[in-house]
Write a protein that binds this ligand. Structure first.
Ligand SMILES: Cc1cc2nc3c(=O)[nH]c(=O)nc-3n(C[C@H](O)[C@H](O)[C@H](O)COP(=O)(O)O)c2cc1C
Length: 206
């Protein structure tokens, strides 16, 4: 199926992989072979993490029964599109360091890096990964057999190739294109907060 045109334009020189990745909702049900999935999780595997703790845990559904079970755990808003995906996963983050048992303050951050690695690798293989925070948190742990004392549920992830936009509800289909971003001047501060010299000024001064 044709992927919508990507009209993203970076403000500064950039490797295209960062704007090529986006989060569609029109997924094809075509299965993703296990070796390809292994490559995606291999990308996650090499993400950096505090003390190399690697606090990520992916629970993955590829078989019909599991996909139904995982799909039932999504919010209704996500169910309308994500249940067509051939792969659903839930990403959990382990709360404590394995070598000390003490709280890991960067556990979610590290899992974010793993998620992004997976998403970029998916894009390089012509696939898409779409993260979802909309899921039934109160049912999730029991249904998937994960201890909430040990793990924080971060997001669900739909993975697959691009599908048929016409199968999406009209309001969802209307949003089906890569979105834009705020400029770097809105989130990069040189020096300290409150100083006049923001990114734009610093850029033009150099
Ligand atoms: C942690 C996280 C949670 C998200 N939750 C949802 C969600 O529940 N439903 C959804 O449709 N999109 C969800 N998204 C997708 C974001 O809306 C999307 O990443 C954002 O608009 C930027 O667009 P892009 O990924 O296409 O670049 C989520 C993304 C992330 C990273």
């Amino acid at each position: 199926m044709p992927v919508p045109p990507n009209e993203r334009r970076p403000d500064h020189p950039l490797d295209s992989q960062f704007i090529d990745r986006w989060s569609p909702r029109a997924f094809s049900p075509a299965p993703v072979p296990r070796d390809v999935l292994n490559t995606l999780f291999e990308a996650a595997r090499w993400a950096p993490s505090c003390f190399n703790e690697q606090p990520w845990l992916f629970l993955v559904a590829t078989e019909k029964d599991d996909l139904v079970r995982f799909g039932d755990l999504l919010s209704t808003g996500n169910q309308v599109w994500a249940t067509r995906a051939p792969v659903l996963a839930f990403l959990f983050a382990r709360r404590v360091f394995s070598h000390t048992g003490r709280p890991n303050r960067t556990f979610m951050f590290d899992c974010g890096a793993a998620w992004m690695s997976l998403a970029l690798q998916a894009c390089k293989l012509g696939l898409f990964a779409h993260a979802m925070a909309g899921f039934k948190r109160e049912e999730l742990y029991g249904e998937l057999g994960v201890s909430p004392d040990d793990y924080e549920a971060i997001c669900a992830i739909a993975i697959g190739s691009y599908g048929d936009v016409a199968l999406l509800p009209p309001d969802v289909a209307a949003r089906e294109k890569p979105n834009d971003r705020r400029p770097i001047s809105s989130f990069v501060v040189y020096g300290r907060m409150g100083q006049d010299a923001g990114t734009e000024a610093a850029d033009s001064a150099s």
